[in-house]
Every structure is written in structure tokens, then in C-alpha cells.
Ligand binder design. Structure first.
Ligand SMILES: [Zn+2]
Length: 251
């Protein structure tokens, strides 16, 4: 019996060893093929290959790092993605104000909803293409469905306190992402039926308005690098700060 066992063990070990060897051999040959194929290709231009088109309509685009990288790092891809998603925008002149400023920024003229300045806010809302693309995905995949789910009405307008402002993060000496037009401060949402849901008035409401606001803030964290709201501090009691500056926070 003992003999029999050790025989089986030996056979099993042999099979494993052979299998492992084959696996490694396969890997090696795949590597070799890849190398051969690489050198067999015609000479390529040193320019990075054009990234494939990005479809902001796809819900899966939100979690796809390639999409995030493409809209962040490739202006042409980002603008093409906005065009393909039906976002109407115009390019705005570059601005440099001391250490603040932006290049290749756009102003969104029409998306699924209107993005408008809150009363008293600056008239223009320039933003990087990357920010516009993520705002569009937020609007399309999160804000509009949540409004329909909780409030039974689509959103027709999103009001913002602003995007570009040459200033530091409150109580620090670090420039805010607003200094580069990479951040938007969202104040309220106007529904097609006329109701206005405001971060200041409704965020902590124990009703559908509060549920809506808390959901769109929480899920913004999946899209934006930094998402801050009334839970974060007093300075954010009346808006959601959404930015694409590359830091990470969800509060
Ligand atoms: Zn902000």
C-alpha cells in the first residue's frame, strides 16, 4: 500500500514537472514570437500610436483606466470623445496669471444638461478637457439616473460656483486645482420639473433630495481624483468640489 502511494506521488510529481516545464517553454516561445513579430514589423514612426477612440457613453468607460489615461493625456482623443458623446464646446484662449493658468481649456456650451454659473459666480466656466469628459460621464451615468431614481425627474441644469480661480486650497499655501481649471464646484441641480436641489439646503435631508445628493457625491469618487463635500469641512458645506488634479480624496 505504501509502495503504491509513493508510486502515485512520483507520477504526480513527474506530471507536474513536465507540465511546469511545458508552461515555461510556452511562455518562452510566446516571448520569442513576440520579439520576432516586433522586429519583423515595418519601421514604425517614433510617435506613440494614436490611442483608440473613447466612448463616454459606455458605463464601463468610468472604470476603464485606459479611458481615464486617454482623456487625461491626449487632448485630441479627449476632444474627439466629447464630440462623439454629443458635447458641444468651444476652445478658449490660454490664460496665465502668475503661477495660475490653463492651456487648451474649453467651455462646454451644451451637454446632456446645462452647466451654468451660480448667481454671483464668474460668468465663464473654463475647464480642461479631462475635467469636461469626467463631468460628462458623471452627468450621464450617475447624476441623471440618480435624479430619476430618487426624484422622478431628469436634471436639466447643473449650477457651479466656478471652475477657474487663482487661489490656494483654503488654509494652506498650496495652489488649488482651481488655479489650473482642473476643478469644478457644484452648487445645485435643477430638475426638468423645476425643483432645485441644493448642496447647502438638502445634503443632510432625510428625504429623497438628500439621498440623491449623497449618492451623486459618493459615486463621484469613482470618477474624479478628488471629491469633497459637506462631510469634509465647513468650507464645502454648500458645494461638491470635483477635481482631476491627480491627488486622491473622497470625503
Ligand atoms: Zn473647489
Amino acid at each position: 500500500m505504501k509502495k503504491h502511494h509513493s508510486y502515485i506521488t512520483a507520477v504526480a510529481a513527474l506530471v507536474l514537472a513536465l507540465g511546469g516545464g511545458l508552461f515555461v517553454a510556452n511562455l518562452r516561445s510566446a516571448e520569442a514570437t513576440a520579439k520576432t513579430a516586433h522586429f519583423a514589423r515595418p519601421a514604425q514612426s517614433p510617435v506613440a500610436p494614436k490611442s483608440s477612440a473613447v466612448d463616454l457613453n459606455l458605463f464601463s468607460a468610468m472604470a476603464d483606466e485606459r479611458v481615464v489615461d486617454a482623456v487625461k493625456n491626449d487632448l485630441a482623443t479627449c476632444q474627439a470623445a466629447l464630440n462623439a458623446a454629443g458635447v458641444v464646446f468651444k476652445q478658449v484662449a490660454n490664460v496665465q496669471e502668475g503661477q495660475c493658468g490653463y492651456q487648451d481649456a474649453i467651455e462646454v456650451k451644451a451637454s446632456l444638461t446645462e452647466l451654468t454659473p451660480n448667481p454671483g459666480a464668474p460668468e465663464h466656466l473654463p475647464m480642461t478637457c479631462d475635467l469636461a469628459a469626467r463631468l460628462h460621464m458623471w452627468e450621464r451615468h450617475i447624476v441623471i439616473p440618480a435624479a430619476e431614481k430618487y426624484l422622478g425627474s431628469p436634471v436639466k441644469e447643473i449650477k457651479a460656483f466656478g471652475t477657474f480661480q487663482c487661489r490656494n486650497v483654503a488654509d494652506t499655501d498650496k495652489l488649488s486645482e482651481h488655479a489650473y481649471a482642473k476643478a469644478a464646484d457644484i452648487a445645485s441641480f435643477v430638475l426638468a420639473d423645476g425643483r432645485e436641489i441644493s448642496v447647502l439646503e438638502d445634503f443632510y435631508g432625510k428625504d429623497a433630495k438628500g439621498d440623491f445628493l449623497r449618492e451623486v457625491r459618493q459615486r463621484a469618487c469613482d470618477l474624479f481624483d478628488v471629491t469633497l463635500g459637506p462631510d469634509y469641512n465647513e468650507a464645502h458645506r454648500n458645494h461638491f468640489h470635483l477635481d482631476v488634479g491627480g491627488d486622491h480624496a473622497c470625503r
